[in-house]
Design a protein around this ligand. Structure first.
Ligand code: ATP
Length: 322
């Protein structure tokens, strides 16, 4: 390619900056011009982009968020608007777009290349880890560690007051964050959308903990689930079963912060690999990692298939509560 552009889209995630840096530095190394687009697809359709150089990405590897800013852009779901976006790119001599974002952002990228003469490469940038075609997404590890830091503090209060806390973590429809956080913080129970947990079962688990001399404090990690308020509903139901749970919603702190070493390495490698793949002529793919190896998956598959939670890991987590 003669020139490429890069954007970040959807919810920001820690590691988007090292990913941008990977793309920019690898492209410049190969003598390819690279443009940064501000505010995701919203910036693309109005031509809010500028050429980047090596200094544009200096000192960002350790910074959370995204220097390119991110956005959700409803208009991009319209093919006519995507056509307009393609024209913006062509006018600047750009033939390839690298999109760093979640499921929705990768869907937009797939349609953009299907309908227009623009090549796209996607990178999985979301804390939720819910993307098919990669074991790991950029930001997941940091989000898990951020949640853990908070829960370790909540645990002090739970122990001091012998109280039960329901701690809600992010993850939308998926329980990846909750499962990993639940194991690592020694939660008494994990509640995720993929498995139905009866309130009776939680109650009897807590009763059995007390009988075993574990005290009556506890942490239950709850995935936010598809609609807001589920954790409060669960608290209400537990109250009806004689429990006195307190609710703590961790919320947006999980999206921000300094990216972990793991996320910086993952993002840097995926960013640089995106350039390798586009130079090798690939199009309409996402670059991910499987069993420690960089792999590509057609975007059509990434969008169509859902990533299954590791059931064995979840079952192991259930066993560890007991
Ligand atoms: P996160 O996992 O952090 O929520 P995401 O990329 O899944 O990230 P979305 O809000 O679903 O976040 O999508 C981001 C943007 O991608 C949308 O605002 C829109 O611009 C584009 N997009 C999403 N779905 C589609 C679609 N079906 N067609 C075209 N563009 C889409």
């Amino acid at each position: 390619p003669s020139a490429i552009a890069v954007l970040t889209s959807g919810g920001d995630s820690p590691g988007m900056n090292p990913a941008i840096r990977g793309v920019v530095r690898a492209a410049l190394h190969r003598g390819i011009k690279v443009f940064g687009i501000n505010k995701g697809y919203s910036g693309l359709i109005i031509g809010d982009l500028e050429e980047m150089n090596s200094a544009s990405v200096t000192n960002i590897v350790q910074r959370g968020g995204t220097i390119l800013k991110s956005d959700r852009c409803e208009a991009f779901k319209d093919p006519a608007v995507r056509h307009q976006a393609a024209e913006v790119l062509k006018e600047k001599g750009i033939d390839t777009l690298v999109v760093i974002g979640g499921d929705g952002s990768l869907t937009g990228a797939h349609y953009l290349t299907l309908e227009n003469d623009i090549r796209v490469i996607g990178l999985p940038g979301t804390i939720d880890n819910d993307i098919y075609g990669t074991d790991d997404t950029i930001g997941f590890d940091t989000a898990v560690n951020t949640a853990l830091e908070a829960i370790d503090k909540i645990r002090d209060t739970a122990l001091s007051h012998e109280s039960l806390f329901l701690v809600e973590v992010m993850g939308r429809n998926s329980g990846f964050i909750a499962t990993h956080v639940g194991i690592a913080c020694g939660a008494e129970m994990i509640v995720i959308p993929e498995y139905e947990v009866k309130v009776d079962a939680i109650s009897s688990q807590l009763a059995s903990n007390r009988e075993q001399g574990k005290g009556s404090s506890g942490i239950i990690v709850v995935a936010e689930g598809p609609k807001p308020g589920l954790t409060y509903d669960l608290a209400k139901q537990l109250k009806n079963h004689g429990q006195q749970p307190k609710v703590c919603i961790l919320g947006h702190i999980q999206r921000g912060g300094i990216p972990s070493g793991h996320d910086r390495i993952l993002a840097s490698c995926l960013g640089a690999s995106a350039v390798d793949y586009l130079c090798a002529g690939y199009n309409d793919i996402m670059i991910g990692v499987r069993r420690g190896k960089i792999v590509d998956t057609p975007l059509a598959q990434v969008i169509e298939k859902s990533k299954e939670l590791d059931e064995a890991l979840f079952q192991r987590a259930l066993l560890l509560h007991k």
